[in-house]
Design a protein around this ligand. Structure first.
Ligand code: UDP
Length: 403
C-alpha cells in the first residue's frame, strides 16, 4: 500500500509536510465522492488513487457509484458527446430516461458526506437530495461550446451546488455559483506509471506478439470516436510510406461507454491486413498499459475532443515524445516544440510523427522536458493539495483561497 511519504523522493519533503498540515484542518469531515463507474476512464483512474491517500492525510473520504442501465448510459454518452460539441439529436425521451434513473438513484443512494463531490453529468441530479451539507460538481468535460438544450437541462441541477470545479479556464462557462480550476493528475507510484523492469516490458510485448524490431508508435485510449483511432491509422499509413514502423492502438472499454465495440470494429476494418498494426483490446491491467507506453518510441493522442487527456501526462512522465491534438487539456500539458508536438489534423500528426522518428535526439529532449513539466504540475501530490484547499474553502467562503 502506497503511503504519502513514498512521494518524498519524487516531490520533496516540504510538499508532503504541507499536505499533512492542510489535511489536519479537515479532520472530522466526511467527503463522499459519487461517479458512474468504478473502472475505465480518467475519473475512476484518479479516484482510485486519491481516496486512500486523502484518508491517510486525515480526510475521511469514501466513494460511491450510481447505478444505471444500458438506456441511461446511451443517453449520458450522447450528453457527453454533444457537450463536447458533436452534433446529435437529443429528444425528450432522452431527458426522461435520464430523470428516471436519477429518481431511482435518489431512492437507492445513501448520502452521508459533509461534502458531497459529484463527478460529471451522470449523477448530477442527486443534488435534489441536498440538506445541510456542501455539494460540489466536478465537470471533467470541456463545456465551452455545449449543446444548448442539454446545458440548460443540466443548469437546473448545477445552480443547486455550492461550487463547480473545471480542469482548465477554457473548459468553463459563466455560472451563478463559485468556480474552481483544478487540473487532474497522475500518480507516479501507481502500477500505471511506476518504473518497470525491462523483463516486464518484454513479457507484455511477447504476450501481444509485438516484436520491437522497428519503432513503435502507440495510442492508448478507449475505443471512442472522439479519440479518433481511425485518424491515427491514417496518420500512421502516411508515415509508413517513408519510415518502417509499427502502430499499437490499445484500449479497453468502460462500463459507462456503450459505443466501444463499434468503434473498435471500424479501426479493425481500417487497419485491414497490415501486420504492423496491433489493435489490442486490453483487459483492465495497468502494468500492461505502463509497459506498452514504455515500449513505445512515440506516443500519440489524436483526440478530436478531449477532457484533460490523462494519457498524455502518463506518456510525458515516462519521458516519451508525444504527438497530440491541440484540444481540451492537452495544450496545458504540451507546450508545442518544448514538451511535445501539437497537431490539428491527420497530415499534421503524420508530419510530427515523421519528425520525431527521424530525430531521436530532438524526441528525447521533448520527452525530458515533458517529464519535468508533469513533475511540476500534474502529479497527484499537487492534486491532493488543491482538493483539500477546495474543501476548506467551502467552510470559509469569505476568504480567498488560491488554488
Ligand atoms: N486506460 C486504461 N486502459 C485502456 C484505455 C485507457 O487503463 O485500455 C486509462 C489511461 O491510461 C488513462 C485513462 O484510462 O489513465 C483515460 O483517461 P483520459 O483522460 O486519457 O481519457 P478518458 O477515457 O477519461 O476520456
Amino acid at each position: 500500500m502506497i503511503k504519502v511519504d513514498d512521494y518524498i523522493p519524487i516531490i520533496g519533503q516540504s510538499v508532503i509536510d504541507d499536505l499533512r498540515l492542510i489535511g489536519a484542518q479537515l479532520n472530522g469531515k466526511v467527503v463522499q465522492h459519487i461517479n458512474s463507474t468504478s473502472v475505465g476512464g480518467g475519473v475512476a483512474e484518479i479516484l482510485n488513487r486519491m481516496v486512500p491517500l486523502l484518508k491517510e492525510l486525515g480526510v475521511d473520504t469514501r466513494w460511491d457509484v450510481i447505478k444505471g442501465g444500458e438506456q441511461f448510459f446511451n443517453v449520458t454518452k450522447k450528453f457527453h458527446n454533444v457537450l463536447h460539441g458533436r452534433k446529435d439529436e437529443v429528444t425528450q425521451s432522452d431527458f426522461d430516461a435520464f430523470l428516471d434513473t436519477t429518481r431511482m438513484n435518489l431512492e437507492g443512494i445513501n448520502i452521508y458526506g459533509d461534502i458531497v463531490y459529484v463527478h460529471d453529468p451522470q449523477p448530477i441530479g442527486l443534488v435534489n437530495k441536498r440538506s445541510g451539507n456542501k455539494w460540489l460538481w466536478r465537470c471533467h468535460i470541456d463545456v465551452s461550446h455545449p449543446h444548448t438544450k442539454v446545458w440548460e437541462f443540466l443548469m437546473d441541477f448545477i445552480v443547486q451546488y455550492d461550487a463547480a470545479v473545471f480542469s482548465a479556464p477554457s473548459f468553463s462557462r459563466k455560472l451563478p455559483i463559485r468556480q474552481f480550476l483544478i487540473p487532474p493528475s497522475i500518480d507516479p507510484l501507481s502500477d500505471k506509471n511506476k518504473e518497470l523492469p525491462q523483463e516486464v516490458i518484454d513479457q507484455v510485448l511477447r504476450k501481444y506478439q509485438i516484436v520491437a524490431d522497428k519503432p513503435i508508435v502507440t495510442q492508448i485510449s478507449r475505443f471512442d470516436r472522439l479519440k479518433d483511432p481511425v485518424g491515427v491509422i491514417e496518420a500512421y499509413q502516411q508515415v509508413k510510406k517513408y519510415i518502417d514502423c509499427q502502430l499499437i492502438l490499445a484500449g479497453g472499454t468502460a462500463t459507462d461507454d456503450p459505443e466501444g465495440a463499434q468503434v473498435l470494429a471500424e479501426a479493425q476494418e481500417k487497419a485491414h491486413r497490415d501486420k504492423d498494426i496491433h489493435i489490442l483490446l486490453l483487459p483492465q491491467n495497468d502494468i500492461e498499459v505502463n509497459a506498452l507506453q514504455r515500449a513505445s518510441t512515440v506516443i500519440v493522442q489524436k483526440s478530436l475532443r478531449e477532457g484533460f487527456g490523462l494519457t498524455v501526462s502518463e506518456a510525458l512522465w515516462k519521458a516519451k515524445p508525444v504527438v497530440a491534438s491541440n484540444v481540451g487539456g492537452i495544450p496545458l500539458q504540451i507546450k508545442h516544440k518544448y514538451s511535445g508536438l501539437l497537431c490539428h489534423s491527420v497530415q499534421g500528426a503524420a508530419f510530427a510523427l515523421k519528425q520525431l522518428l527521424n530525430s531521436p535526439e530532438y524526441a528525447q529532449r521533448l520527452g525530458g522536458n515533458g517529464r519535468e513539466h508533469v513533475r511540476n504540475n500534474f502529479l497527484i501530490t499537487r492534486h491532493l493539495r488543491d482538493y483539500m484547499l477546495l474543501f476548506l474553502s467551502l467552510y470559509h467562503p469569505e476568504d480567498l483561497v488560491y488554488l
